[in-house]
Design a protein. Structure first.
Length: 296
């Protein structure tokens, strides 16, 4: 029973981190109808900045710098590259983000190498005891803070001018433009927000019990794409549900890997994609994605 609680809470914690990354995918997709395949490299870039600067300026300042750096990177990609392509050519934009991901990942992999950079978080190495249940402090912090971040994001989308403009552009892009909505500003805001969410999630992924920031941190972030697809690429709530499903499933499969060895030793690494395929076979638009309606 005790171990089951630890597995569940660890899975929820990991799922919330995946949900943050998946929200970045969804926000960009809702604003631009483009899948940002470079999002995982945004995660790696942000936490690399935090790990590099934390010993010199302190963890809190390093986190602030990482958030600014990732937000600026998202804005730069959108302004300097994507805005130069016809926004209606979604395939071309998606391919362009793949190229950005290759360049960023290659550069960061060269800089990090085989090293593991300590994040410098003050909670690293600490555990919390709840009776017989023992959890890393980072798990508790994630379970408490990520829902607050998500609630803050929901408030921004609901109560700010940018959020209203974004919702209007989603419903009717051309109509919103005719009504005075600045679509370029909506797109830029979406990319900045995605970069900020990427850093917040990356800090959790690189925290204890993870040894720190490594090239594999970006690889782990890739699993949030199936989470976004499972929930529906145009559903913010679906991204959260998809992240929790993937996180709990991954931790559970890793715990019972020996019992599931008949399915293959690497099942934990691909369980996100197995779940994604199964759900898409049943519901191609994802659990909460809007179904496309067409006339015969």
């Amino acid at each position: 029973m005790t171990r089951g609680v630890e597995i569940l809470l660890s899975g929820v914690s990991l799922g919330l981190l995946y949900a943050l990354i998946a929200l970045g995918f969804v926000i960009v997709f809702k604003a631009t109808r483009t899948v940002n395949f470079a999002h995982a490299s945004f995660v790696l870039f942000g936490v690399w900045v935090v790990a590099q600067t934390s010993p010199h300026i302190g963890f809190a300042a390093a986190v602030a710098l990482g958030l600014v750096a990732a937000g600026t990177l998202g804005l730069a990609v959108e302004r300097l590259l994507l805005s130069r392509v016809d926004g209606r050519k979604h395939d071309a934009l998606a391919i362009l983000t793949i190229g950005v991901n290759v360049v960023l990942t290659a550069e960061l992999s060269w800089r990090i190498g085989e090293s593991v950079l300590p994040l410098g978080a003050p909670w690293d190495g600490h555990v919390v005891h709840f009776g017989s249940v023992v959890l890393p402090l980072s798990v508790i912090i994630t379970i408490v803070t990520v829902p607050l971040l998500i609630a803050g994001l929901a408030a921004v989308l609901r109560h700010t001018g940018w959020g209203l403009a974004m919702r209007a552009s989603i419903e009717d892009r051309e109509g919103a433009a005719l009504a005075g909505v600045r679509l370029k500003r909506v797109s830029a805001g979406a990319w900045i927000t995605a970069g900020i969410l990427a850093v917040a999630a990356g800090i959790g992924l690189a925290s204890f019990p993870s040894p720190g920031v490594a090239v594999s941190t970006g690889t782990a972030a890739v699993k949030a794409l199936p989470a976004a697809i499972i929930g529906g690429l145009d559903s913010l709530g679906g991204a959260i549900v998809g992240g929790l499903v993937i996180g709990i499933a991954e931790v559970t499969v890793a715990e019972y890997q020996d019992a599931l060895s008949f399915l293959g030793r690497g099942l934990g690494d691909v369980v996100a994609y197995v779940i994604m395929i199964c759900i898409l076979l049943w519901r191609p638009s994802g659990l909460f994605g809007a179904k496309e309606v067409s006339r015969a």
